[in-house]
Design a protein around this ligand. Sequence first.
Ligand code: ZN
Length: 273
Amino acid sequence: MRLQDKYKELRNTSAALLATNFYNFETLEGVLQAAVQSNSPIILQLTRSSIEYMGLPMAFQMAKTAINYHGVKAWIHLDHGDSYDLAAKCLDAGFDSIMIDASEKPFRDNISTTKKVVALASKYDACVEAELGYVAKLGQSTEKEGFTMPEEASRFVNETGVDALAVAIGTSHGFYKKEPRLDLERLARIREVTNAALVLHGGSGVPHTTLTKAIAAGVCKINLATEIKNIFMKTLKAKLENETEIDLRKVFPIATEAVTILVTEKLNVVNNK
Ligand SMILES: [Zn+2]
């Protein structure tokens, strides 16, 4: 099933898809084990940095091979694609879905950039996600506000034809200093006026009850990256503290398993179990 069809299927349900970033073999395996054990579909995401770290063919083929090997339903998605060129390379490689993030450009430029990527992606029958509003990236101010306006969201989706839209309703990337308060009324209004699947970035550290409310109000995809990196490295650091073992194959699994436990919990939330 194409991701864009899965989004349509989810629209009037109380479930969503979890989109997890992976950074190497271990985090990929950790995430997929959770999907296998939960018998749940999942989105595997790569950012530009992860693509540059592993190399595009390596990153993509590793994910593709792992999906087939484990027999899970999963889609490979470019997270925060920052250029037409990167989107084109990923589509050529076989990605199921592409995010073009021109959210920091003025509204008109965001529309025109997104529109070009939508036209390209349609040749590959791929899904496109864009972003409207200000969701603080790592290192950016979380004080600045730029919530998505429903009227703009409606215009944006109509003019660009995107399948999915990342909205700014109070989340930010990285960990939170204080518990995020989401504008769920705004979210519900955006859902009323658009047909696009709504995406919540910055899912790390958002309480599970809040995620459930966001899904009920219209979110179809929840992104999780920071918590995966954090649990992997924290577990590994603790393990290495008094470790003399040099066989990395005996050291890594505990960190991989920690990722599986984390992602299993999140899958239970998005699947409304
Ligand atoms: Zn994001």
